[in-house]
Ligand binder design. Sequence first.
Ligand SMILES: [Zn+2]
Length: 403
Amino acid sequence: MTNKIFLESAEATYIFDFDSEVKSIEPYEDKYAVVLEKTVFFPEGGGQPADKGTIDEISVLDVIEKNGEILHILSEKPSNHFVKCSVDKNTRFDHMQQHTGQHLLSACFARLYDAQTNSFHIGPKSTTIEINLAEFDNEMAAQVEEMANDIIYKNISVIARVYDNNELDTLPLRKQPKVKENIRVVEIKEFDYSPCGGTHVASTGELGMIKIKKWEKCKDWYRIEFVCGKRALHDYRMKNTAINNIGAFLSLRDFEVESGVEKLILEMQKLQKHTADVKTELNEYISKELMNESVQIGKMNVVSKIFTHKDMNQIKFIAQNIIDHPSYIALLGNKDERAQIFFSKSDDVPFDMGKLLKSNLSIIDGKGGGSAKNAQGGGNNPEMVEQLLNKVIEDIEKEVGIY
Ligand SMILES: [Zn+2]
């Protein structure tokens, strides 16, 4: 069994550098599993990620607990029998803050709402707890935060030690232990007693601040994301910068930003509606103008128009306005970096727009197709759009001549 120094006391979790004898080195997948006589490397477990660090300057990629031994996973073998080990202090201290923060938050949920914690997870950016709760809202979140932060300000000791079963019976444990003996309890002095094998800070003041960020409702529990320690500072700094920047854009003070943005969105929605109305009116106007300029071929009115740099959706909208009237063919083109063509016809017109387009697309070096009613194409030669439309009109005239 590896001697797990990190379990000895809360203070022992502040040992980051140590020397140890190597007990064994075994191949592990395409890497090596190094077992030491003693270690402060915390293996992944109970929602807390594994420590990072080095053994004789070689990076520790993962730390796993197996049959009471701690396996340090390395990409190469250390050559010395006695090795110098170092745990990444910043990452470990962050994990200690998040883990103790979780105990504190879980204790507050239990005290205020008799709500139990189902699970806990420290991710690289966010820490979440799942709490058995039927309802949760801003006011409840504020109450939990107030209680938890008051405990932080009191700078209460956090004590970790192993109890025998008789002693254990006297403790008001928040949850039942998963193991039967050598039960380690982490105590936020006289506030919370929780069986736990994780690493913790020595006193609540080291959490700095705890803040619930957001939550989502699951089946009959809530997944609650929180930050504490340096993560809370970083989160506050990011949000403060964002609010100040938005305030500067809008010439508003920080407490005015929310209502200012709300007002801005309402104004934008009004403007979007107004723009849409104007566009509709404009398209109707263009459609009418084009219908007035249409050429009569047989019993049909043929509209032919070449636009420049126009949006295809607008062109389709104009075509629709035209062919909503009986006996119309709309032959519309657009000159941009490429040539774009859209043909459409009224229901009573006996022509196939798809065929008309396909048989002439080579003029603009293009591709496309469609149905008898609507056809669309694009080509590499925008300068030839006019020739294409002229040729299509000729085709229509020939066909009409046949009838
Ligand atoms: Zn714990």
